[in-house]
Write a protein that binds this ligand. Structure first.
Ligand SMILES: NC(=O)c1ccc[n+]([C@@H]2O[C@H](COP(=O)([O-])OP(=O)(O)OC[C@H]3O[C@@H](n4cnc5c(N)ncnc54)[C@H](OP(=O)(O)O)[C@@H]3O)[C@@H](O)[C@H]2O)c1
Length: 362
C-alpha cells in the first residue's frame, strides 16, 4: 500500500506537495481528472497515477483503497471535499486537505463521529491556513488557560496561486466572519480593524473570514475568535465599499469573468519568491478579567510553509500517529508541531496582568 494519494496533484500547490513528499521518500500516487496532466507528472516524478473525476465514486474508491491517506489539493473545497471524505469513510482512508474555508471545516467537524466509527482521521487545513495560526492558538491557550478571547493575525510576503485567488473570489459575496460566544457570525468585510505589531512595527489589520474562525474553537475551546491580516491603511474603507457590491460580486456572471482573469493573470509565487519570502503570525489571548498574552511566529513564505506542513502531517497521519475522528492540526499533534518546520521561530511576550496598561491592547 502506498503512503499518500495527492488529488489535484498537478495544480500549483499539489505539485509542490508531490515534489516535497517524493523528496522525503514517501510513496506517492498522483491523481486528478486531466489524464495528460496526471500521466506527465507521474512520469516526471516516478510515481503511480490514478485518473478520475470526483463524480466517479467507483474509481475514487479504487484509488483510495490503495493508500493510507489522501492529501486533497483540488479546491475550492466547498465544491470538492464532500465526495472525497465520503470515499474515505467507505474505504477507511485518512483524509487531509489544504482548505481554509470556514464552511468546509464546520462540515467536516460535524462528521467527527462517522470518522471515529470508520477509524479514520479527518484533518483539514494542513497548509499555511491553518497550521501556524492553529499551533499559535493552542500555545496561547496553554499560556492563559482561562482566556475567553483569541485574536490571530498574519502578514505574508509574495503573491497568491490561481486556486487561492479563485477560492477567495468565491467568498467575495459572503463578507467577513468572526466567532462570538461560540457561534460563527457574519460581519461586513472591513468592519473590524485594529493595529497589530506582527514583529516589525505596528500595521493596520482587518478581520477576514480565515479558517481559524472555525478551527481555533475546536482546538482551544475559546468562544470568541477573530483573524486579522495586515493591509494598507486605506484597505478597510475600500473593502467596506466593495462589500456593498457583495451580492453582485457573488453572482455567476461576475464570478466567471473574474475566474477568467485569474486564469490569464495569476501564476503564483515563483521558486525564488517561495525560497526568500517570509510570513509573520501573531496571536493574543485575553481573560475576562483583562489578563493578556501575546506570542508570535516567524515562518517561511506561505506556499513553502504549506508544502512543508502538509507533507510533515501526511507522513505522521499515514503512519497512524493521529487519533481517529475530526482533528485540527494542533488538536492532533500539539502546539509545537509548527516548531518542527525548518525556519520557524516562536517568541512569547511576558503575560500582562489585569490592570497593567503598559503595552495594553492596540
Ligand atoms: N490552506 C492553505 O494554506 C492553502 C494553500 C494553498 C492553496 N490552498 C487552496 O488549495 C486549492 C488549490 O489551490 P492551487 O492554487 O493549487 O490551485 P490550482 O493551481 O488552480 O490547482 C487546482 C487543482 O485542483 C483541480 N480541481 C479543481 N476543481 C476540481 C474538481 N471539481 N474536480 C477535480 N479536480 C479539480 C484542478 O484540476 P483541473 O485543472 O483539471 O481543473 C487542479 O489540479 C485552493 O482552494 C486554494 O485556496 C490552500
Amino acid at each position: 500500500m502506498a503512503d499518500i494519494l495527492v488529488y489535484g496533484s498537478y495544480g500549483y500547490t499539489g505539485r509542490l506537495i508531490v515534489e516535497e513528499a517524493t523528496d522525503r521518500g514517501l510513496d506517492v500516487v498522483v491523481g486528478g481528472r486531466d489524464r495528460n496532466a496526471v500521466e506527465n507528472q507521474a512520469i516526471r516524478q516516478g510515481c503511480e497515477e490514478r485518473v478520475f473525476a470526483l463524480d466517479e465514486p467507483r474509481l475514487l474508491d479504487l484509488a483510495l483503497e490503495e493508500v493510507e491517506a489522501v492529501v486533497h489539493c483540488a479546491g475550492p473545497f466547498a465544491e470538492t471535499a464532500e465526495p472525497v471524505v465520503e470515499g474515505c469513510l467507505r474505504t477507511g482512508t485518512h483524509y487531509l486537505d489544504i482548505t481554509g474555508e470556514i464552511e468546509v471545516f464546520e462540515r467536516l467537524a460535524a462528521a467527527d463521529e462517522q470518522a471515529e466509527e470508520a477509524g479514520i482521521t479527518v484533518l483539514p487545513g494542513v497548509g499555511f491556513d491553518v497550521v501556524p495560526t492553529d499551533c499559535l492558538a493552542a500555545h496561547l491557550a496553554e499560556r492563559l488557560p482561562d482566556a475567553d478571547r483569541l485574536a490571530l493575525g498574519f502578514e505574508a510576503s509574495g503573491g497568491v496561486s490561481p486556486g487561492t485567488a479563485k477560492t477567495a473570489l468565491r467568498g467575495l459575496g459572503e463578507g467577513g466572519a468572526v466567532r462570538r460566544n461560540g457561534c460563527i457570525e457574519s460581519v461586513p468585510i472591513g468592519s473590524e480593524t485594529r493595529r497589530i505589531d506582527f514583529g516589525r512595527g505596528e500595521r493596520t489589520a482587518m478581520a477576514i473570514p480565515w479558517g481559524d474562525v472555525s478551527t481555533a474553537y475546536h482546538t482551544t475551546g475559546i468562544g470568541n475568535v477573530a483573524v486579522y491580516t495586515a493591509v494598507p491603511s486605506w484597505a478597510p474603507r475600500a473593502a467596506r465599499a466593495a462589500g456593498l457590491f457583495g451580492p453582485l460580486a457573488g453572482s455567476g456572471a461576475v464570478q466567471s469573468l473574474l475566474e477568467r482573469v485569474v486564469e490569464a493573470r495569476v501564476d503564483g509565487p515563483d521558486e525564488r519568491e517561495r525560497r526568500e519570502g517570509e510570513s509573520y503570525v501573531w496571536g493574543e489571548v485575553e481573560t475576562a478579567d483583562g489578563k493578556r498574552a501575546v506570542s508570535r511566529l516567524v515562518a517561511p513564505e506561505t506556499y513553502r510553509l504549506t508544502k512543508l506542513t502538509a507533507v510533515a502531517i501526511a507522513e505522521r497521519v499515514a503512519a497512524g500517529e493521529a487519533p481517529a475522528g475530526f482533528r485540527t492540526p494542533a488538536g492532533a499533534f500539539g502546539p509545537d508541531l509548527i516548531l518542527d518546520v525548518e525556519g520557524v521561530e516562536r517568541t512569547d511576550e511576558p503575560v500582562i496582568e489585569a490592570g497593567d496598561t503598559t503595552g495594553g491592547p492596540d
